[in-house]
Design a protein around this ligand. Structure first.
Ligand code: PHE
Length: 371
């Protein structure tokens, strides 16, 4: 019995050491340790060994079984390392690599960066004001009388029923114009503080009086998400606007037109021009709608445009009441403001036509990868 066990062990181990792949190893395992494997059957014969020797033979049998199992495991590990080595050897470092797919900024983010840098060159600094805003800054301080039907134009989302006695309800801002009075308040507060520090005479430090001191100069660019109850091929509930505000002494429509032309040429190209058309907004007087020549027909008139023009958005001279809400004396200072849609200018830019604006926010890579 002992001899038989030892020879089985030798057979098994030599086969195992010769095995060159895992499949062969599995077969050897079955041949010796399987249900009717050679070693398994021999182990069953232990009952035939006389009782007094049975314990000794039994423990030898167990040792043999164990060494066969261990030999199989060891060989498995060896084979694994060999395959890794073989694989490593076949790696040809001179082959061109596989490029991981590179993403890019969303096209709206790209447009916002471009717009920011265009305005930065003429001194307009990008600011950020709340997108979840008080009714006060979005409407009241922009010269909308309470319950004025014009408030409905903006189809606003209201967030709570809560109302602050001064600032009203909390809304999702429907336009970036809500940054106008915030910017005025910030500039005036800064000038008042400076004047107090220098103990200047002639500048009233009190908040109740309108600011008519020197040095007030606002050049703001407010880019933000805006929200309105709308959703169709040319409107999304969330969209982006960029708002310019310029306040200073003797600011006139000429400055507005100059800035507008500068933007149109820089963003759309030298071959595009703009025009201003009378319009109405509560917070500007006079107010305008701004048109830009169509990128397809360059002003001649085509299917895409209204007789050569595409509408870009609103603008106007800041209403004296709005300056007053901002704490600025409208007798000394004047300004202009404009508010245009980022999505809209992007679509108006030559070469980019988006049939359905909602695609911009659907996160479909097939769409986004085109840009
Ligand atoms: N806030 C206006 C809108 O959303 C645009 C505008 C901005 C008009 C500034 C005049 C001045 O339509």
């Amino acid at each position: 019995m002992e001899e038989k066990l030892m020879s089985l062990k030798n057979d098994a181990v030599s086969l195992i050491l010769d095995a060159s792949d895992e499949k062969t190893l599995e077969e050897i395992k079955l041949q010796f340790l399987g249900r009717s494997g050679r070693l398994t059957l021999t182990l069953k014969e232990i009952t035939k060994v006389p009782l007094e020797r049975r314990a000794e033979v039994g423990s030898l049998a167990n040792e043999v079984k164990q060494s066969v199992e261990e030999a199989i495991e060891r060989q498995k590990q060896i084979l694994k390392h060999q395959t890794i080595k073989v694989r490593k050897q076949t790696l040809d470092v001179t082959n061109p690599g596989i490029k991981p797919p590179l993403g890019h900024l969303h096209l709206i983010t790209q447009a916002m960066e471009e717009i920011t840098s265009i305005f930065d060159k003429i001194g307009f600094t990008r600011v950020r004001y709340p997108e979840v805003e008080w009714d006060y800054y979005a409407f009241t301080a922009l010269n909308f009388p309470e319950n004025h039907p014009a408030r409905d134009d903006w189809e606003t989302f209201f967030t709570t029923e809560q109302t602050d006695s001064e600032k009203g309800q909390i809304i999702l801002t429907p336009h970036t114009s809500s940054g106008q009075v915030r910017e005025m308040e910030r500039s005036v507060a800064k000038l008042r503080e400076l004047a107090r520090e220098r103990s200047e005479t002639g500048v009233d430090g009190s908040k109740d009086k309108l600011y008519s001191g020197p040095d007030l100069s606002i050049r703001m660019l407010n880019i933000a998400k805006c929200y309105r109850r709308q959703s169709d091929v040319s409107h999304t509930q969330m969209f982006h606007q960029f708002e310019g505000l310029c306040v200073g002494e003797n600011i006139s429509i000429v400055h507005l037109k100059g800035v507008l032309d500068y933007f149109v040429k820089s963003y759309f190209g030298e071959n595009r021009t703009s025009r201003i058309r009378p319009y109405h907004f509560q917070f500007t007087e006079p107010s305008f709608e701004i048109d830009v020549t169509c990128g397809v027909c360059l002003g001649k008139g085509c299917k895409l445009c209204k007789a050569g023009w595409l509408e870009m958005g609103g603008a106007g001279m800041v209403h004296p009441n709005v300056l007053t809400y901002g704490g600025i004396d409208p007798k000394k200072y004047s300004g202009f403001a404009f508010g245009w849609g980022v999505e809209r200018v992007l679509m108006m830019k030559e070469g980019i036509e988006i049939d359905d604006l909602r695609l911009l926010y659907s996160n479909k890579l097939e769409f986004l990868e085109q840009f």
